[in-house]
Design a protein around this ligand. Structure first.
Ligand SMILES: Nc1ncnc2c1ncn2[C@@H]1O[C@H](COP(=O)(O)OP(=O)(O)OP(=O)(O)O)[C@@H](O)[C@H]1O
Ligand SMILES: [Mg+2]
Length: 265
């Protein structure tokens, strides 16, 4: 594990003179990643401990650079909000950004009460990385709900509408597109991406996306919106959105806009 990377906080000295900005895509060093699979099977606890040490050093080096005036996009402390969806939603709601009614819980009674109150419900992971599914009546069985003891889940009002992805760079919307798919969660099947010209993007959605980026402290983000006939909601703002395939499919230039921002101190 150790021979592939060498990190030392002193090595950051060389970077200080020559770069004003770092683009931080992800920290990695996650024991669930495939590269650690074999080690993890053999000695899970020590892999977890080793990676914690690596992260500590890497994050210290990044913070050291920040302390010395290097701009890090996105800052390491906001990368983690990807898995804090309940917090994102409460923060956005408090700032007047429309979000779907949501109940993140491990309590069967709360789920039943939510399903009684809200007609159409989906559920998905709190930390992301899974697909959204409809909540069916069989999901409300004692046996099924007892599995919430394993981990909490995010239950959410289903909004029927178009999936729209809005990219924000430095407080401004730079690209938007509609994800064309019939699936509840578009990632469960092949999908097209249809560019929305910025002149025809609903100004309310534009404002909400910028507000979301601002409220969550994200200089660069891809905001997931569902646009229904009579309203829209923000689902989340991704702190490390992928954009290469998006640009390719939609004919947008997120890469260029981001590069321009990174290059300009
Ligand atoms: N409340 C909802 N109503 C309708 N569709 C939804 C709803 N929540 C999620 N979806 C569908 O599932 C997709 C993924 O949901 P979302 O972006 O909220 O979380 P996530 O993508 O699971 O998280 P991550 O991107 O971190 O893996 C959405 O883009 C949308 O297509
Ligand atoms: Mg998403």
């Amino acid at each position: 594990m150790a021979d592939e990377t060498r990190i030392s906080i002193d090595d950051t000295g060389a970077l200080l003179g020559e770069c004003h900005t770092i683009y931080l895509r992800r920290l990695g060093l996650d024991p669930r990643h495939p590269e650690f699979e074999t080690d993890f099977e053999e000695r899970p606890l020590s892999v977890i401990n080793q990676l914690r040490e690596y992260r500590g050093l890497l994050l210290s080096a990044i913070r050291h650079l920040q302390d010395n005036g290097v701009r890090v996009i996105n800052p390491p402390d906001v990368l983690g909000i990807h898995s804090l969806k309940p917090w994102q939603l409460s923060r956005l709601a408090a700032a007047g950004v429309p979000v779907p009614e949501t109940c993140s819980t491990n309590d069967p009674a709360e789920v039943r009460a939510f399903a009684d109150r809200v007609e159409n419900v989906i559920y998905k992971p709190i930390g992301g990385g899974g697909h959204a599914h409809h909540l069916e009546s069989v999901d409300l069985d004692d046996d099924r709900l007892s599995r919430l003891a394993n981990s909490p889940v995010q239950f959410q009002e289903r909004i029927d509408g178009n999936d729209v992805r809005v990219f924000v760079v430095d407080g401004e919307v730079v690209a938007a597109a509609r994800i064309v798919s019939d699936a509840l969660d578009y990632r469960s099947e092949r999908h097209d991406v249809e560019r929305i010209g910025l002149e025809s993007l609903d100004p309310e959605i534009e404002r909400a996306a910028c507000r979301a980026a601002d409220q969550l402290g994200l200089p660069f983000t891809g905001v997931d919106v569902v646009n229904a006939a009579d309203r829209f909601v923000v689902l989340e703002a991704n702190p490390s959105p992928m954009f290469a395939t998006f640009d390719e499919l939609a004919g947008t230039n997120v890469a260029g806009e981001l590069a321009g921002f990174l290059a300009d101190p």
